[in-house]
Design a protein around this ligand. Sequence first.
Ligand SMILES: *Cc1c(COP(=O)(O)O)cnc(C)c1O
Length: 459
Amino acid sequence: MNYVSTRNSSKSFTFQDVFIKSLADDGGLFVPEFLHKYSNEDLEKFKNLEYSELAKKIIYPFIGDFMSEKDLSKIIDKSYSVFRKKNVVNLVKIGDRSVLELFHGPTLAFKDVAMQLLGNFYEYYLNNENEKINIVVATSGDTGAAAIDAIKGKKNVNIFVLHPNNRVSPIQRKLMTTNKEKNVFNIAIEGNFDDCQNLVKAMFADKIFSKEIKMSGVNSINWARIIAQSVYYFYSYFLIEDNNQPVNFSVPTGNFGDVYAGYLAKKIGLPINKLIVATNQNDILHRAISKGTYDIEKVLETISPSMDIQIASNFERLIYDLNNCNDTKTIAAMKNIKEKGKYTINKESLDKINIDFLSSRISEDEVLKIINTVYKKFNIVLDPHTAIGYGAFDKVDLNGNNIVLGTAHPCKFPDAIKRSINIKAELPDELTFILDEKENYDIIENNLEKIKQHIKEKI
Ligand SMILES: *Cc1c(COP(=O)(O)O)cnc(C)c1O
């Protein structure tokens, strides 16, 4: 499989380029040149596979000659052996819908599912390539911890994580900053997540700097993450499928990465009916999908901080698709977004979007109410992000089998849980030790030159 950038569809790249570069040099995102679509017979063969076996089948066609099928198989087994569930994920029926728990990995959020795999991809690559790279990543809270856990202690790779100072939950922060490995560096930026993300984008765009430090990225735009995430759509679809009822997914959304993985699953043949883009009050994607106005507003702090985003990076991939893979039109749209903070989706494109996507916005009060109602009725504690996905189904009219992606363990967000149902959301036993560990991070102002300087000093 070859890849192109959303901003230049004439130059092709291998999976290895796409994985290591993460963002194309022209600022675009990588997408496959062509996609192979599974037939019903193919899908039939996937039905009874264990999670890891299914992952091997789905991921292999995307990686070209990056590694052999046998090496991939070993890496997938290794990556998923660290999960607390044998089949990585867990599907739980809660009322009239099911929650797909994706938080049984080392850092208690869905991001582990892709990130553990990426960590082992880096290790494989660096064993063969004899170079040293530096991963720089922005986090709204969960990516950082998942990336650190996947990269810590690995040879020839450092990881720098930029998080917005005081805007991630203390548990989220501790999962990142209590790490003692020498290749892990945490930076708290005086700004919000979009600032962190913009700093990382600017460092990538600075060719001299990014070449000098051999910079690589694991943000949700990294295509390898998207393909790893598409696996659980297949897996849960097969678990739940019955009498040809439509299957819908509701996805708590920030950067449009996880829900894009669902869209990819649909494009390669999984007959998903609708994907619901569920947002908190940072609702740019809800406004885009329901009204066609992708207009950037100020980021508001919420109790679902991993979704406090106004620039949904992966949305560029959808814009490219809507423009029938026309790079010039994509560049124009992205220029508008960058310069005017706006992009208006025309009626025709909006109709196309609504074939696959619906959206809902859940307010802060509603999140607290959803957690409360679900707890009282079913004695299950949802984290605020998952609660948004859960509640989103009540705002759209969809029959069939409804699956909510459960993106984080509630113990990561104890304040919200306490406010809603007045109980203490406990960490799993094997993680309680982080509460007393010393934290290590540097606080730096939102200034590109200072951050670059800091990184150069550390490597
Ligand atoms: C990252 C994250 C999201 C948002 O995922 P995107 O891929 O950015 O849309 C939702 N919930 C939790 C708990 C997360 O960590």
